[in-house]
Design a protein around this ligand. Structure first.
Ligand SMILES: Cc1cc2nc3c(=O)[nH]c(=O)nc-3n(C[C@H](O)[C@H](O)[C@H](O)COP(=O)(O)OP(=O)(O)OC[C@H]3O[C@@H](n4cnc5c(N)ncnc54)[C@H](O)[C@@H]3O)c2cc1C
Length: 400
């Protein structure tokens, strides 16, 4: 393999994880060809990013330009709204209790994507191509694919092509997409009462209905306060809610959230996504690394998905950068094995925790209600456990 090829990566998929991975690899002096289109995301969707993700985006020079569009999440409230006999009182987690100013920040996904794309396009080490990658192949000493009719080769291909990843399939990694009986409905709302920087999750029998602060009056120039919604509901209810006009939908959201923020008014487009879990056997193969939803996908509970994907990006870039500094090949088997090992526990524990929480809400099985009630009681009453869970929620090993 020529020296040039050994420091070259092809990154497929220009969603948020692909863009961040490209920037992180470029920072390690790796030449990246990034292929894909970036959605400006007019789906009323926002992303809550935890403290370590924000620091990573700062290191990449991204956050500085968009932080004024994000709102802090200083407290997280969980309300069991399942009406089960064993439910516990509402839980409140405060970032100050683990020495943080905020657990994280919430930003419109379009604002983040546009900023990432702009920075990637201006990076001399990244060549961005609109379009899609086809006919990938993976060999012992190189990998490649066709992009816009041209054949490109590199030492490493990174698949950031989402939960239905074609690259994953082409490399023979076994994966199963399990359709959930739920959808997530999204939107951005102005509301009458202050959110006080608190994100509130109502745990219902159909999944969580979450309101996340997006702007307060000082940020939104005199407009009322603004929050975003992620509302998980069963498919039949999703169909009914999607048929409502904006006013009726706003009222449905206000009812589901027990008017905790007073009158709600939708301020833009609404989104609706069917939910799935991706069961992926491995996150690497010969000369291929999976990142983001190509590697793991689960329902949007506890704002874990993108945060996990950004940790994939940081880990992969650090390992590839280390190989390059040692004069080694960035796509060699030992680099990819180290990536797989480094990410296994974080990916497995987050996926399991989110899926377990979702299943326990959907189930009407009393032992599962008891377990959830006991879990909430323990978090409420046992300070060290609560602080441990808060730290782990923000990042694995955070603050240890
Ligand atoms: C309602 C909702 C709310 C969420 N909220 C949060 C949150 O608050 N915090 C959080 O951390 N996470 C959240 N998530 C999860 C988060 O949105 C995902 O983890 C994240 O968007 C995954 O990004 P990605 O880049 O891996 O995949 P995607 O965003 O799916 O991007 C994949 C990209 O690859 C492209 N592509 C596919 N095939 C090819 C090809 N052959 N060639 C080129 N391009 C290709 C696609 O067009 C797409 O642009 C939420 C998810 C949902 C559904």
């Amino acid at each position: 393999m020529s020296v040039d090829l050994s420091r070259r990566a092809i990154l497929v998929g220009a969603g948020p994880v692909g863009l961040v991975t490209a920037l992180a690899l470029a920072r390690e002096s790796i030449h990246v060809t990034l292929v894909g289109e970036t959605s400006e995301g007019a789906s009323g969707r926002t992303l809550a990013l935890f403290d370590d993700s924000i620091r990573f985006l700062e290191e990449l020079g991204v956050w500085q330009g968009i932080s004024n569009q994000a709102a802090p999440l200083r407290r997280l409230r969980i309300i069991d709204d399942t009406n089960n006999l064993f439910r516990w009182r509402p839980l409140m987690f405060d970032a100050a209790e683990i020495g943080l100013d905020a657990f994280g920040w919430n930003i419109e996904s379009g604002a983040l994507n546009v900023a990432l794309r702009r920075i990637a396009e201006s990076s001399p080490a990244i060549h961005v191509i609109d379009g899609s990658a086809a006919a990938p192949y993976f060999e012992e000493d190189r990998a490649g694919c066709n992009i816009a009719g041209e054949r490109l080769e590199a030492a490493l291909i990174v698949a950031a092509d989402g939960q239905r990843s074609k690259l994953r399939e082409s490399a023979g990694i076994s994966a199963r997409l399990e359709r959930l009986p739920q959808w997530a409905l999204t939107g951005i709302f102005e509301h009458q009462l202050p959110h006080e920087d608190i994100s509130t999750e109502f745990h219902t029998r159909e999944g969580p209905c979450t309101l996340v602060p997006l702007a307060s009056p000082d940020q939104s120039h005199g407009r009322p306060q603004v929050s975003s919604l992620v509302w998980m509901v069963r498919s039949a209810r999703a169909r009914a809610l999607r048929r409502l006009d904006d006013e009726a939908f706003s009222l449905a959201v206000e009812r589901c959230t027990h008017s905790i923020l007073g009158k709600m008014q939708l301020t833009g487009p609404r989104g609706a996504v069917p939910l799935s879990i991706a069961h992926v056997a491995s996150i690497s193969a010969t000369r291929l690394a999976l990142v983001g939803e190509a590697a793991h996908a689960f329902p949007p509970i506890g704002a874990q998905g993108l945060n996990l994907g950004l940790r994939d990006a940081a880990t992969l870039a650090a390992l590839a950068g280390e190989a390059l500094r040692k004069g080694e090949d960035i796509g060699a088997a030992d680099v990819l094995e180290a990536y797989e090992d480094a990410r296994a526990s974080d990916v497995a524990t987050r996926s399991a925790a989110v899926n377990l929480m979702n299943r326990s809400l959907l189930s009407h099985f009393p032992p599962s209600d008891v377990a959830r009630g006991l879990g909430m009681a323990a978090l409420d009453l046992i300070g060290p456990l609560r602080r441990f869970v808060m730290r782990e929620g923000v990042a694995p090993g955070f603050g240890r």
